[in-house]
Design a protein around this ligand. Structure first.
Ligand code: MN
Length: 349
């Protein structure tokens, strides 16, 4: 697993923020407990265990939970969020016997004898690392299984050449940092954030479960998060009223699932006399953000005929004389007329 972000408060200020924060912790500790019960050999946590550098008591709590699932082994690292700065509580922390934590920003390895497995990795000592520290990293020429635990993959957080890393010779590469889960060639995976941390962490979240044996590596993504962020796009039409739009949004949230959290986008054309009350719509479900991009629809021909001798008429005529496709013309006319009629009923002329 990766990117647990313990201590994060998603959607701060929203009614459900506190609950989300608790869920992040609950899902993680529940999963740890389950892994212990089911006798999982090894848990890998690929960085950003905490949303920010951890307090001592947070480490003690984590250590206690991990210790309680012995003999399951745990290997983990600090990522860019919980990076191990100079005064970090990670430094010198005394972990339980079954917990292995990378101590330096330099490649290191643990050999877990009971599992006949080598785990390679490092910890972030800085918020950003622009050096491609995983470049040309290869497993030792020793018997056993070889796993790389890594965090990063963007420009400021250890850039990674994915193809190169897949073929570097590891039996598995466990990646963290990118919150969207993704499996590469059945040998490498971003487990993704265990719970979505941000309203842009769209879609399913969970962890990767795998088995490595003489026949090779088999991995699969397992959903585990309490809820999802979803994008909801509602396309308005020109005879829709505000109340109708609100009803439609409620229905869509009902269909998609009320437990989920939504980013809502209103698009299309609306009756020029209608205004969508987005503040009110926020109360129709767990809505993290709502954006109204609808444009008022005008009867351009009628407006032109009624305003042929004034600025509005001139504007419409000018836009019609310019070469462009119809969708673009409609958009420009709508924006322009909306600005000109700002605050007035179109019918008032
Ligand atoms: Mn990260």
């Amino acid at each position: 697993m990766a990117d647990i972000h313990l201590g994060a408060v998603p959607d701060r200020g929203k009614a459900w923020a506190g609950k989300r924060s608790e869920e992040i912790e609950e899902t993680f500790y529940h999963l740890i407990q389950e892994a212990g019960k089911q006798g999982v050999d090894l848990i890998l946590i690929a960085g950003d265990i905490f949303h920010r550098p951890p307090l001592k008591r947070e480490l003690k709590e984590l250590n206690y939970r991990l210790e309680s699932i012995q003999p399951t082994q745990v290997v983990m690292m600090a990522g860019n969020h919980d990076y191990m700065g100079e005064g970090s509580n990670y430094r010198g922390f005394h972990w339980a016997e079954n917990v292995h934590f990378f101590q330096k920003e330099q490649l290191d390895s643990f050999y877990l004898e009971s599992l006949h497995t080598w785990i390679y990795g490092l910890s972030y000592e800085h918020r950003e690392i622009k050096t491609p520290l995983y470049q040309r990293v290869i497993p030792l020429d020793k018997p056993g299984y070889h796993i790389l635990l890594a965090h990063g993959g963007d420009e400021k957080h250890i850039p990674i050449q994915k193809k190169e890393l897949i073929s570097a010779g590891f039996d598995y590469v466990a990646l963290g940092h990118i919150h969207k889960p993704e499996i590469f060639d059945n040998k490498m995976a971003y487990a993704g954030a265990l719970e979505p941390i941000d309203r842009l962490d769209i879609g399913e979240h969970g962890y990767v479960y795998g088995e490595i044996n003489d026949k090779g590596t088999r991995i699969q993504f397992c959903p585990a998060a309490c809820r999802e962020y979803k994008n909801l796009i509602l396309e308005s039409d020109t005879d829709m009223t505000g109340g109708e739009m609100e009803e439609w949004l409620s229905q869509q949230i009902e269909i998609e699932g009320k437990q989920h959290i939504y980013n809502v986008l209103l698009k299309g054309y609306r009756d020029a006399d209608i205004v969508y009350d987005t503040e009110k719509m926020l109360r129709l479900g767990k809505i993290a953000a709502i954006k109204d991009e609808t444009l008022p629809w005008f009867d351009f021909e009628r407006l032109y005929n009624e305003n042929a001798d004034n600025l509005i008429g001139m504007f419409i005529k000018k836009v019609y004389q310019m070469p462009m496709d119809e969708a673009r013309r409609t958009r420009i006319l709508s924006y322009g007329l909306q600005a000109m009629y700002h605050g007035r009923d179109v019918g008032e002329g």
